[in-house]
Write a protein of this length. Structure first.
Ligand SMILES: C[S@@+](CC[C@H](N)C(=O)[O-])C[C@H]1O[C@@H](n2cnc3c(N)ncnc32)[C@H](O)[C@@H]1O
Length: 267
């Protein structure tokens, strides 16, 4: 079968971004499908059709491909890790801004999952001293393989939030913790690890612990940069005030929702 025909029969099934990623990953290059009379070899056709069937069953394309793009780079993923999201690219971009502005060296990526935040920071600022931590051994395996693939020297640590990490070590902690209300984990989210999403009844189980404990692990005037849900700013603000940080700024996503914050340790 010719690629243009396969595309025309399938294009309504995939989101345009997913279709482009699938074709790029299948052929190893970006192809202009409209101009393309490529005949699809049998092995690639099987691969495309399998991805299509899995997609129709609700399985996210990233898990079928074992890969996802993040900040212009391809990361390995599997069903032990969250599929990295575009909001997290914004949090990563903001973190990069603070690292450069304040000449930060020691950084913790807490709840690192596949490692997308910490590894992106290390790739772009090679002099950083980064620790990536997560409670899940399986997620850490994925992050370690991603670091190995890109030859990045990162320290990994299996930890329940901050347990076992050194006090007063980090000039900046960045985190995208699980923050979804348990009752909202449904539909396509059920394909991703519950552990990576579940923030308990209110969504704040982990964020609350992180706000309350991060100060101990930050250096004086250290920063905590965190991601949260689109409707969590008001509650986050109340909790933050209680723990004595200064809010440096709130972070919006591309849909104009508040999705994170930058806090300064002030006590
Ligand atoms: C929302 S995912 C974020 C993954 C990655 N940072 C990203 O942005 O794609 C949250 C991660 O937190 C981890 N996690 C859940 N509970 C944890 C805990 N108590 N301590 C440390 N990590 C935890 C999960 O295993 C998961 O990898």
């Amino acid at each position: 079968m010719n690629l243009k025909d396969w595309y025309n029969n399938t294009k309504d099934i995939f989101l345009p971004r997913d279709m482009n990623f699938l074709i790029k990953e299948t052929f190893g290059e970006v192809i202009n499908i409209c101009d393309s009379d490529i005949n699809i070899p049998a092995e690639k056709l099987n691969f495309l059709d399998k991805a299509k069937h899995e997609y129709l069953s609700g399985k996210p394309l990233a898990y079928s491909l074992g890969k996802e793009e993040f900040y212009g780079h391809t990361f390995n993923v599997n069903q032990d890790v969250l599929i990295p999201r575009v909001e997290t690219e914004i949090i990563t971009e903001k973190t990069l801004e603070y690292i450069k502005k304040y000449k930060i060296i020691n950084v913790l990526d807490l709840c690192c999952g596949s490692g997308v935040i910490g590894l992106t920071l290390k790739r772009l600022v090679p002099g950083l001293n980064i620790v990536c931590s997560d409670i899940s051994e399986e997620a850490l395996d994925v992050a370690k393989k991603n670091a190995l693939k890109d030859n990045l020297k990162i320290r990994f640590y299996q930890s329940d939030i901050f347990a076992g990490l050194n006090d007063n070590e980090y000039q900046l902690i960045v985190t995208n913790p699980p923050y979804v209300e348990s009752s909202q984990i449904e539909g396509s989210l059920t394909h991703e690890p519950f552990l990576a999403l579940d923030g308990g009844i209110t969504g704040f189980d982990l964020l609350d612990k992180i706000f309350s404990e991060a100060g101990k692990y930050l250096t004086d005037k250290g920063f905590l940069i965190f991601e949260m849900g689109y409707n969590q700013k008001d509650v986050a603000k109340e909790k933050i005030e209680k723990y004595g940080y200064k809010v440096v700024e709130w972070i919006k996503d591309y849909s104009d929702n508040w999705r994170g914050g930058v806090l300064l340790k002030s006590k």
